[in-house]
Design a protein around this ligand. Sequence first.
Ligand code: UD1
Length: 418
Amino acid sequence: MNKLIIEGAHKLQGEVRISGAKNAALPLIAATLLARGWHTIHNVPDLRDTRTMLALLETLGAEWKRESSTLLVNTDSLNNFEASYDLVKTMRASILVLGPLLARMGKTRVSLPGGCAIGARPIDFHLQGLKNLGATLALEEGYVTASAKKHLTGGNVYFDVPSVTGTENILMAAVLAKGETVIKNAAREPEVSNLVDMLISMGARIDGRGTDRLTIQGVTRLKPAEITTIPDRIETGTYLIAVGTAGGEVSVTHCNPSHLPSLIEKLRSAGLIIKESENSLFVSRPAKVQSIDIKTQPYPGFPTDLQAQLMVLMTLANGLSVITETIFENRFMHVAELKRMGAEIKINGNSAIVKGIKQLKGARVMATDLRASASLVVAALAAHGVTEISRIYHLERGYEDIVGKLQALGARVRKEQE
Ligand code: UD1
């Protein structure tokens, strides 16, 4: 296993290029299951999670090749319709093959994801949605078996709370269903719109892109896609916050500032200077940051995937800050590790009360999930002394070349074998 060694309290300076979004690339790769021919997906990050999704597609019979950040995928010769426990347990998003496999093959068997470090994370919305499209479902030996008679039929799907991968799964099932499907209270995340664009380029008929009501008219056949993965808004936000904690001046390029409305607004109220242009952001921290309160919400609200990183910024702010997590029930695992670095944080139900202190101190800490790991990096960059972060395989699931990118910004960071 690898660990990261970070010598903190050095300002970040220079330019960092944002990669394609992991959470967009995963459904785009899954959507290649819907049509024969070679699909082209540009700007795909080379990450543990994208490799896992490609490994899963390979087990189904797909072929793929990578040319730099462009991925070519062909699913002509599918010969298996099962996503095994071994793959699904390493990446929950493997569930994204459920909808497209059912639409293309008429049957599928996908392992249940099981528990997850940040909460129970059920898939009941995915299953209920597919049932409403006429699928027959059974649970056996930890697997969901889904089948459709001749084909799926359009139906109404309503989510109690907007689910990102739930919306994506139902979209991919509905594009080849007979008749009209309406998804109400659909997730409005930019990654969902990226998938809608891909499906439309394949010949799907979808109205309501970017809204909470998606209407899909099923078609009988789709053609291969050419699509570009949107920039990773969570990676973008993580680098912006890192400048907030460590100080310095950084240009964040190849990003999409319009996908981060709540974060940019919040960071400005905390006192960061952020200048926006169409595809880049310039960020600097002129003085000590001020405390702000945040509450995680579905898009366009504050993203849960940036909650842990923003909390680190608040550990160094003037005053008290209240951070409320409304999406996942167990997403404060970074708190215990941050306390080891001197942070003053109290948990009260689904809120964390953070008292700003003068400085964090380096310590040995452990990464527990993807975004918690990112928060430890952001903390370590600001901390006085050396921080050793173990179990960084979590980080490698979602941040492309984080060590190289931080080194280019002048951070003293290196990877070592544990
Ligand atoms: C996606 C993202 C993840 C992000 C999350 C919330 C991907 C691959 N992952 O995860 O990084 O943190 O959105 O923005 O895109 N829920 C149910 N039943 C379901 C589905 C969801 O109760 O069947 C609940 C969840 O427990 C959670 C809420 O709905 O409370 C939203 O979760 P959801 O949007 O589904 O998260 P993911 O799609 O798994």
